[in-house]
Design a protein around this ligand. Structure first.
Ligand SMILES: Nc1nc2c(ncn2[C@@H]2O[C@H](COP(=O)(O)OP(=O)(O)O)[C@@H](O)[C@H]2O)c(=O)[nH]1
Ligand SMILES: [Mg+2]
Length: 315
C-alpha cells in the first residue's frame, strides 16, 4: 500500500533473463503485486521469474502463447490489475531502465487523486542530452511534438517514456482490447486518455542507459509505424472528442488548415513547373499559393490553440 492505495507494478518482459530479477528484487515493499507479463520469451525469463515467485507471493506471472509486442504485454497486465481492482498500476520495463528511486514520485500524484495518469519525463534533466543516445533523443523529440498534436496533451513531453502510473478509474475508462500492441503504446495511451478527459502529468525521472539492456526497437520500422498510428489516433480523437462526445468548431479550423495546405502544395508545384517552362512566375498562381499557405498556417495554428485551451485543465 502506498498512501492507502493498493499498488500493482506491471512488468512487460521479452527475453529479459539477465535483468528481470534485478527489477523485481529492487521494488519497494509497498508494492502489493508484481505482475510480470512474459511475451513468449525464448530465453530463461520464465524460469527466473518462477524461481523468484516460489519465495515471493506478490509475484504473478502471466504468459503469452505468442509474442505480441510491448503494447500487447502491457494490455495483458493492465487487464489483470483492472480486474483485480488495484487502485494504481505502474508500468516498469524488465530491463532495469526505470529507476525504482523514482517510483514514489510517479505514484504520489495518482495516489493522492491529483491526476489520473503520470508519466516519467527524462528530458527535464539538463544532462539528458549526454545520457540518452543521440538518435533516440532526436527521434523522441520529433515524436513528442507529434504526440502533443495527436493527443491534445500539449504540456506533455518525452512521449516515448514507458514509466507510467494509472488510476483504476482511468484504466476502466479506456478500451484495453484495442491498445496499440507495439512500441507506440505510450503515445496511444495518451490519445485514449485525452478522449476520456483524464488528467495527465509529467514527472521528472532519471534516464537509465547502459545497465546491460538491449533495445528491441527497429528504428526503420517505428519511423513509419508510430507516426501512422499517431495520425489515425489524431483523427479518432477529433471525431470522438469534438464531434461525438462534445462539439467544438476547432475541427473546422483543422479541416480548413489541411485543405489549404493541400491547395498550397498543388499550387506551389504548378508554380515551379511554370517557372521552368516560361522562365517567370505565373502571377495569379503565385498569389493563390501564398494565400493558401497563409490560410493553412492560420487555420492550423488557431485549431492548435483551441485544442490547447480545451485541454488546459487536464493536468
Ligand atoms: N523488444 C521487445 N520487448 C518487449 C516485447 N514484449 C515485451 N517487451 C518488453 O518491453 C520493454 C521495452 O522494450 P525495449 O526493447 O527495452 O524498449 P526500449 O527500452 O524503449 O528500447 C522491455 O521490458 C521488454 O522486455 C517484444 O515483443 N519485444
Ligand atoms: Mg529497454
Amino acid at each position: 500500500m502506498y498512501l492507502e492505495k493498493k499498488i500493482a507494478v506491471v512488468i512487460p518482459a521479452y527475453n529479459e533473463e539477465k535483468l528481470v530479477g534485478k527489477v523485481i528484487s529492487t521494488l519497494p515493499d509497498y508494492v502489493d503485486n508484481i505482475v510480470v507479463v512474459d511475451d513468449c520469451s525464448q530465453d530463461k525469463t520464465v524460469a527466473v521469474v518462477q524461481s523468484l515467485a516460489a519465495s515471493n507471493k506478490k509475484i504473478t506471472l502471466l504468459q503469452h502463447e505468442q509474442n505480441g509486442g510491448v503494447g500487447a504485454a502491457t494490455a495483458t497486465g493492465y487487464k489483470w490489475t483492472r480486474d483485480h481492482e488495484f487502485d494504481v498500476s505502474v508500468i516498469m520495463n524488465a530491463d532495469f531502465q526505470m529507476d525504482p528511486e523514482d517510483l514514489p514520485h510517479i505514484l504520489q500524484p495518482v495516489c493522492a487523486g491529483e491526476c489520473d495518469y503520470t508519466k516519467g519525463n527524462r528530458l527535464f534533466q539538463g544532462e539528458s542530452w549526454g545520457m540518452i543516445p543521440k538518435h533516440r533523443y532526436i527521434g523522441n523529440s520529433f515524436l513528442s511534438f507529434f504526440t502533443k498534436i495527436a493527443s491534445g496533451y500539449w504540456h506533455i513531453a518525452d512521449s516515448q517514456s514507458g514509466y507510467t502510473a494509472i488510476s483504476l478509474a482511468a484504466l476502466k475508462a479506456i478500451d484495453l482490447d484495442t491498445l496499440y500492441p507495439q512500441y507506440g503504446i505510450p503515445n496511444d495511451m495518451l490519445i485514449r486518455l485525452n478522449i476520456a478527459n483524464m488528467r495527465v502529468r509529467d514527472i521528472p525521472v532519471r534516464p537509465v542507459y547502459n545497465v546491460g539492456e538491449v533495445s528491441g526497437i527497429k528504428i526503420r520500422k517505428v519511423t513509419f509505424a508510430i507516426p501512422w498510428m499517431l495520425t489515425k489516433g489524431f483523427f479518432r480523437r477529433m471525431l470522438q472528442k469534438y464531434v461525438i462526445r462534445d462539439f467544438h468548431p476547432l475541427i473546422f479550423f483543422y479541416f480548413l488548415g489541411l485543405l489549404f495546405f493541400f491547395f498550397s502544395v498543388i499550387l506551389s508545384i504548378r508554380m515551379v513547373v511554370y517557372l521552368n517552362i516560361d522562365g517567370h512566375l505565373p502571377p495569379i498562381n503565385t498569389l493563390a499559393a501564398m494565400f493558401s499557405f497563409m490560410s493553412s498556417s492560420l487555420f492550423t495554428l488557431f485549431a492548435m490553440w483551441f485544442d490547447m485551451e480545451y485541454n488546459k485543465d487536464l493536468k
